[in-house]
Design a protein around this ligand. Structure first.
Ligand SMILES: O=C(O)[C@H](O)COP(=O)(O)O
Length: 343
């Protein structure tokens, strides 16, 4: 039921026309700040393992990829929404962003499912992340139900050169859906649906939530706390292990997000250290041993391309004009070229 609602809602936002007033928009300021990701350096050289997930995933992708046609409005500038012919796509971009620093990250407190907003530094990180992905297409955004992930997605999108408006869908009740309707087709076309789901929430940290990480290590020992924080299957007291978190986050990814990618939609996911670690474990086919050393920095976007049924890790775009990321696929290069011509 929830899945159906999501898909219907995305459908109503499907944009098939090009920005008419693009020339009126401001020129994008090029970002020259260089950041690094802990993950993309720490994972180099990891061995890969075929997993059940992977085999099942490939079957799903193969069966759905051939069925759906997608139109990228930016790549189809001359077509109007009524005359546009859907174009097949077997490629899509996936951006993952861990939220920017929260006020509890700043205080070094276990946060888990406590709904804490971004710190000032986190706000800056989200804006910087937005600059780095500002030339990568985004058709639909998935976030957790927690405000730090939602703030990150929204702030990042303020930097996007396409200038569509991200809009949170409210499907929690019939009334919420009815009261948040948009009555202009043009306005819908300039919008990006944002789907918030608890399944992408941070792992529930149990009785550690609100405790100081350093004080907890001093009290229970560094090894014990490291085990709670990084082991795959050992949960913190009355909380979720990474494995438990993966059960809901990866299931959600496979059921709700992967079909969007397989149909050619470009997706951004703004979520959390552990929900994203579990999704990356799935995408990169990491073992439960390998995932222990997987660390994600706050506010660093990571790009994957889904192509011919396979997820290809592209690293973290350094800036909107970075050649490597765009050179990788024609679609990304064309999209950026089109933005360059327009703005
Ligand atoms: O929930 C938290 O405290 C953090 O967002 C993630 O914490 P971790 O690095 O201890 O998993």
């Amino acid at each position: 039921m929830a899945a159906e609602v999501c898909h219907q809602a995305i459908g109503t936002f499907q944009s098939n026309s090009f920005l008419n007033n693009a020339k009126n928009n401001q020129k994008f300021q090029k970002n020259s700040i260089i950041l690094t990701t802990k993950y993309f350096t720490s994972c180099n050289g990891l061995s890969r393992r075929a997993s059940n997930y992977s085999a099942q995933r490939k079957c799903r992708i193969r069966s759905s990829a051939s069925q759906t046609s997608v139109v990228d409005p930016v790549l189809s500038p001359s077509r109007s929404s009524t005359t546009e012919t859907p174009r097949k796509s077997n490629e899509a971009a996936l951006i993952l962003i861990r939220h920017g620093e929260s006020l509890w990250n700043e205080k070094n407190l276990f946060t888990g499912c406590v709904d804490v907003p971004l710190s000032k530094k986190g706000i800056d990180e989200a804006i910087e992340a937005g600059k780095r992905i500002s030339s990568i297409p985004v058709d639909v955004i998935f976030t957790s139900a927690l405000v730090r992930a939602q703030m990150t997605a929204m702030l990042a999108m303020t930097q996007h050169r396409r200038r569509k408006v991200p809009i949170i869908l409210h499907n929690e009740s019939e009334q919420a859906r009815a009261w948040s309707q948009i009555f202009s087709e043009d306005t819908k076309k300039q919008s990006i649906p944002v789907i918030a789901s608890w399944q992408l929430n941070e792992r529930m940290y149990g009785e550690l939530q609100g405790l100081n990480k350093q004080e907890t290590a001093d009290r229970y020992g560094k090894e014990q706390v490291h085990e709670w924080r990084r082991s795959y299957d050992i949960p913190p007291p009355n909380g979720e292990s990474l494995e438990m978190c993966a059960e809901r986050a990866v299931a959600y990814f496979r059921e709700e997000i992967e079909p969007q990618l397989s149909s050619g939609k470009n997706v951004m996911i703004a979520a959390h250290g552990n929900s994203l670690r579990s999704i990356i474990m799935y995408l990169d086919q990491l073992t439960s041993q390998e995932v222990i050393s997987l660390e994600l920095s706050t506010g660093i976007p990571m790009l994957y391309i889904l192509k011919e049924g396979k997820f290809i890790r592209r690293g973290s775009p350094i800036g909107p004009a970075e050649a490597g990321v765009y050179a990788y696929t024609n679609n990304l290069a064309l999209y950026r070229q089109k933005l360059d011509d327009l703005y």
